[in-house]
Every structure is written in C-alpha cells, then in structure tokens.
Design a protein around this ligand. Structure first.
Ligand SMILES: Cc1cc2nc3c(=O)[nH]c(=O)nc-3n(C[C@H](O)[C@H](O)[C@H](O)COP(=O)(O)OP(=O)(O)OC[C@H]3O[C@@H](n4cnc5c(N)ncnc54)[C@H](O)[C@@H]3O)c2cc1C
Length: 379
C-alpha cells in the first residue's frame, strides 16, 4: 500500500478563510478548473485530502492530442495508434484515427498545477457545505463560487448521496506490475467479466492490468487476478474505484460539479479523464467570467449546467451501448470485433467518439500572473 501524504498531527492546523473560488478536489477536473482561472486575479483555493498527484485514480490513458493541447506532453509514457481487442475466440486490431497515450499521473497533475499560476493548495477532507461555506475536517472556508471535483461520491451534492452498489456506478480494479508491451489491449471476454471488459495498458516500464464491471454488484478482484495470470504478469500495486455511468446535474444547490462528481465519465468505455478535463475547462471559463465581472454566479451556474446537459444525449447513447453489451456474446461479438478492424468503420466510429469532447476545446492556458506558493490561510 502506498504511504499517503496527508497532513498529520501538528501539521493539521485549523483552516479558515475567504476566497473567490473554492475548488474541492485536485485531480483531473479540479486542477483544470483552477488552470482556467490563472491570471484572473481570483483568490483560488484548491483542496484535496491528499497531496497533488499522490493517489493515482486510473490506468491513465487519454487521447494524445488532449494532453498535447494542455501542455502535458512531458507526462506521456507511451503512445498507441491502435487497440488490440481479444474475444474468447479471436484477436483483432482496431486502427485508431488518432492516438491514445498512457501517462504518469503525478507528473501530469504537477504540470497542471504549475499552470494554475497563483492558486493556493491545501490538504483537508471536504465534508459538506452550507450555502457558500465549505465544511472540512480542518475548519470552515467561504467562497461565493464552489466547485465539487471530488469524484464519484459527489460530496457537496444535496440530499442523500446514493452509495454503491445501488448507485449508477461501474467498478474497476487494476494492478501495476513491472513490464513492457507494445499494445493497448482490451478483453471482451465473459470468462473475466460480463458485462464489462479487461485491459492491459503499457506505460513504458509498467503494465496497468485491470477489469471493469458495468454491474456494481459484480466483484472484480478475482477476474483481475485471472487476467493478470493469463498475461503472465504478477499482481502488484492494487488500485480500484467506482466509476459513474450516469450524468448528474452539473450545477446544483449553488455548486459547480465537474468530472466524476457530475457523472462526466463516459459509459461503455469508462473514459473519464478527457471529459473531466473538458468539463473542467468549461466550468473554469464560466467562473472566470464571474470573477472578471462579465456575468453573475447565477448566470454561470445556469450556463455551465446547460452546457453539461447539452451533452446528455451522448451519454444516453453510450449508456444504451453499455447496456446492450451484456447481450453481445459468441458470433455477434466476434463479427462486431472483426468489423471494427476495418479502417473505414473504425475511423468513423472513433472520430464520432472523439467529437463528444474534442481536443481543440483545450486552448493554451491564459498568461501567468505572479505565483503565490504555500499553504492556505491557516488560522
Ligand atoms: C481502475 C480504473 C481505471 C481507469 N482508467 C481510465 C483510463 O485509462 N482513462 C480514462 O479516461 N479514465 C479512466 N478511468 C476513469 C477515471 O479515473 C475517472 O473518470 C477520473 O479520474 C475522473 O476525474 P475527477 O477529477 O473527476 O475525479 P478523481 O480523479 O476521482 O479525483 C477526485 C479527487 O478528489 C479527492 N477527494 C475525494 N473525496 C474527497 C474529500 N472528501 N475531501 C477532499 N478530497 C477528496 C481525491 O483525493 C481526488 O484527488 C478509470 C477508472 C478506474 C476506477
């Protein structure tokens, strides 16, 4: 188990203060929101229960162009122009019209953080909010603009938070043994999981091997171990999490939700990094317009909520595909797997898929202002 860099003992001093924007969660979505506020003059506090980049939450594969457009290329470990897909009876190579890259989570988070300019970071566990006050285990913080980028738990959401396995969530588990590979590999194989899929993503000197189930009731530990055994690797460095597969309101109860907290992870593929970056940028732009006096907080909530909801049909479509996967076994699955090996179909399918959150949405970060380093307003 990794040692977690949370603040302990005397370091866990009371925390208080007033800010313009409180970004809760310092992973893909939260850091991207803060990045968009760079040089806006806003007093931005980013909170997380762990140090930035300390706790990897995924296999960390994303479209290369997204990483490049955000200036995150140094974090890339390996790039792939195709997917190698296995069913129990055949293996097919799906050519991609664009590339996927695996990356180093800590390095990527640090690069994003560097681009946030004068934002301030501190460690605290976020517990809830009342109006414009966010309650943490270290004290209360205040801001007129609050972002929940805390992942699937949607900690700042109103009402009872539905917990797994009843919540509309998938689940995933992976291990990170040392190893090398040339291909991004997927297993559509009911011997491991149905409905769901297995994967092995090489990242230079390690393999990220895991299994995801679209049904939260189905355990994924044994299937993961089975897949690891079958690809002749040794299980090492477990990490797992719940993965939302239903969109939720992105603006609710006066709070902006971005990334998994808004269900922005795509059903079927469980690709949630690109969309966390995409909706994080959209959210940050709306917040920036408030900070610069171009709109009110209420208008920003409305516009951002509408922007997210405009994508609902993509998520519904992907969810339908996810639901139908459970009926795809045997010859039907094989025919579909072979069909996607044809460049014309693959190109069409993956281009449509990329358009859901297109890479050109990621513009370079706004110019830097002076950087304030260090802890937040510790009382
Ligand atoms: C095994 C697995 C593999 C995956 N592989 C991929 C992949 O290869 N590509 C891809 O695109 N997607 C992948 N996903 C999905 C992807 O990980 C998520 O969609 C993505 O991480 C969402 O980003 P986020 O910023 O919204 O939330 P998260 O990355 O979950 O970040 C939430 C942040 O909030 C912090 N936090 C949570 N609760 C609190 C609290 N109470 N107080 C303070 N801080 C808190 C956490 O420490 C964390 O830093 C995978 C998921 C799993 C489970």
């Amino acid at each position: 188990m990794p040692v977690r860099a949370t603040k302990r003992g005397v370091d866990r001093t009371p925390l208080s203060g007033d800010f313009d924007v409180l970004v809760c969660g310092a992973s893909f979505a939260g850091l991207t929101v803060a990045r968009e506020l760079r040089a806006s003059g806003a007093r931005v506090l980013v909170l997380d229960r762990y140090e930035i980049g300390e706790r990897q939450t995924s296999a960390c594969a994303a479209p290369t162009e997204w990483l490049r457009n955000l200036g995150l290329e140094p974090a890339i470990r390996q790039t792939f122009g195709s997917l190698l897909v296995h069913t129990p009876r055949l293996t097919a190579r799906w050519p991609l019209p664009w590339t996927f890259s695996t990356f180093d989570y800590r390095q990527l988070c640090e690069l994003l953080w560097e681009q946030t300019g004068d934002a301030v970071f501190d460690i605290a566990k976020v517990e809830g909010h009342t109006g414009t006050t966010v309650h943490t285990d270290r004290g209360d913080l205040h801001a007129p603009l609050i972002v929940d980028a805390l992942g699937w738990r949607r900690v700042l959401g109103p009402g009872e938070n539905v917990q797994p396995p009843e919540a509309r969530l998938s689940r995933g588990l992976e291990v990170h043994p040392e190893g090398h590979g040339d291909d991004l590999e997927l297993w559509l194989d009911e011997r491991y999981v149905s409905p769901g899929y297995g994967w092995s993503f090489p990242a230079r000197d390690e393999l990220r091997i895991g299994v995801g189930s679209f049904d939260p009731h189905i355990p994924v530990k044994q299937p993961t171990l089975d897949l690891v055994r079958d690809v002749a690797a040794t299980p090492d460095g477990y990490q797992g999490n719940w993965i939302p597969h239903a969109l939720r309101p992105a603006a609710e109860d006066g709070v902006f939700f971005a990334g998994d907290s808004a269900g922005h992870c795509l059903p079927l593929t469980a690709e949630g990094i690109r969309t966390a970056l995409y909706f994080g940028i959209a959210c940050g732009r709306e917040l920036r317009a408030v900070v610069e006096g171009r709109q009110t907080a209420a208008q920003a909530l409305q516009r951002y909520g509408d922007f997210s909801a405009d994508h609902a049909w993509h998520f519904r479509w992907m969810f339908r595909a996810q639901q139908s996967v459970r009926h795809l076994h045997g010859p039907v699955l094989d025919r579909l797997t072979r069909a996607f090996a044809r460049p014309a179909l693959s190109r069409w399918g993956f281009e449509q898929y990329l358009r859901i959150a297109p890479p050109e949405f990621a513009l370079p970060a706004p110019p830097a202002a002076g950087r304030a380093v260090g802890a937040a307003a510790a009382a």
